[in-house]
Design a binder for this molecule. Sequence first.
Ligand SMILES: [Zn+2]
Ligand SMILES: [Zn+2]
Length: 171
Amino acid sequence: MAWIDDLVNLMPTDATPHEPTQQAWQHPTTNEQERFNLRVSKCGESECWEWTGAVDYMTGYGKLRWRNGTSSAHRVAWMIRHGQIADGLYVCHKCDNKRCVNTSHMFLGTHADNMADMVAKGINQPRQPFCRAGHDMAIHAIPHSSGTGRRCGKCLRQRQLESYHRLKQRA
Ligand SMILES: [Zn+2]
Ligand SMILES: [Zn+2]
């Protein structure tokens, strides 16, 4: 059956589809490091080094064009100093200054670490356990009408009831 042999010969020898090639880790080159350093206002070793380049208005982090896309300035700072950042890890700030690129102010953490750290520092407002009238906010809290923060729903209902009865008495 010669035609089958021909067909087999025509088939690609490597039948498995090519996996999309994962970009191999490459340490920031001297050129890339120089380009980065141009936008850093370096101060003392213990102080914050402010990123003077672009800032991502959504996240507040410094950003820069990096290889085929963009990257956060503090992540690039970390890569220059310490090398590759393992998948799924975050570069977190000890100093709470999102534009700071001083790696001695940073630590590697998971998403949970990052969130726990923000809560610990009160970046997510610490929640008051009771309202001014002493109602348990874990039960009565409702979102504030301004869209930020929360208020006591029990107090609100009481005020609404009082004004209702005042109006009723007048009627
Ligand atoms: Zn800092
Ligand atoms: Zn209340």
